[in-house]
Design a protein around this ligand. Sequence first.
Ligand code: FEO
Length: 163
Amino acid sequence: MLNAKMEKALNEQVNKEIYSAYLYLAMSAYCSYRGLAGFARWFKVQYGEETEHAGKIYKYLVEQGARVELEAIEKPPTEFGTPLEMFEKTLAHEQFITRSIRELLEQAVAEKDYATSIFLQWFVAEQVEEEANDNAIIAKLKLAGEDGAALLVVDSELGKRGH
Ligand code: FEO
């Protein structure tokens, strides 16, 4: 049983995860259009992961007998700049999601909602991994700099990302 405030906050997190999926799908399309097939694949896989995150929260709400209320999804941008700028935007977005998860956890702890606290542990660990992935790619892109051949090596590497 969730209280009304937690139910609302988790519904908002579903929307944030769906928006993340939408944002990464837009980035994937942008990369495809620019001929960066490996980057496009990486973001397409990330899109899939974000829909799974939304699905996990959705399932938890349903299991708790709560109301699921799906809100409108904000339109993502269509231009993302260079691959480095795109990953800097990705990292900034993930840092926003990390703060959001932390606030949910703080709320759950304050309200002694142990079930939700435990449920959120997975997301805490996932955010550490997501930020680490983005930081590692940003480091490579900084090394590659303006070198087109080096950028294509990174593109090829990202294209190997499995589901
Ligand atoms: Fe679902 Fe990328 O956080």
